[in-house]
Design a protein around this ligand. Structure first.
Ligand code: THU
Length: 136
């Protein structure tokens, strides 16, 4: 956990670094995430696979679990990176988990393996999420 004011490029670099720790004996596909919490700490995560495939945890959720279990309750920004040459987009389960802690304007940096990223708001990536009190 590093306490620093972030630059998007810095967050993307940390996501790329985090993917180096990915435990991916089944897919070989490394994913890393780095988020800034409302405590201004940066939390990183990688995907951790399991021989019972459904027990795999994605990089984004690893980072969220680290942040929230440390007391953070909001995500100010998040970067995601993988081995792919195109930008990595969080899967549906991760988007739903992120929706609990992101705001509509939370910045999401979707990076490729070279650190070239596309910046979006959380709302652009995931306009609707499940809520107990949905009213659309
Ligand atoms: N994965 C992530 O870490 N994040 C996502 O948003 C989508 C997929 C991981 C899970 C699995 O270890 C590998 O990528 C291939 O699906």
């Amino acid at each position: 956990m590093t306490k620093v004011p972030y630059e998007p490029e810095e967050l993307v670099k940390l996501a790329l670094k985090a993917k180096e720790s990915a435990y991916v004996p089944y897919s070989g596909f490394h994913v890393g995430a780095a988020l800034v919490g409302d405590d201004d700490n940066i939390y990183t995560g990688c995907n951790i696979e399991n021989s019972s495939y459904g027990a795999t945890i994605c990089a984004e959720r690893t980072a969220v679990v680290k942040a929230v279990s440390n007391g953070a309750r909001k995500i100010k920004a998040i970067a995601v990176a993988s081995d792919h040459e195109i930008s990595t987009i969080p899967c549906g389960i991760c988007l739903q988990v992120l929706s609990e802690f992101c705001q509509r304007d939370t910045l999401v940096y979707l990076s490729n393996h070279k650190g070239e990223y596309k910046a979006c708001t959380f709302e652009e990536v995931f306009p609707y999420s499940f809520k107990l009190n949905n009213d659309i």
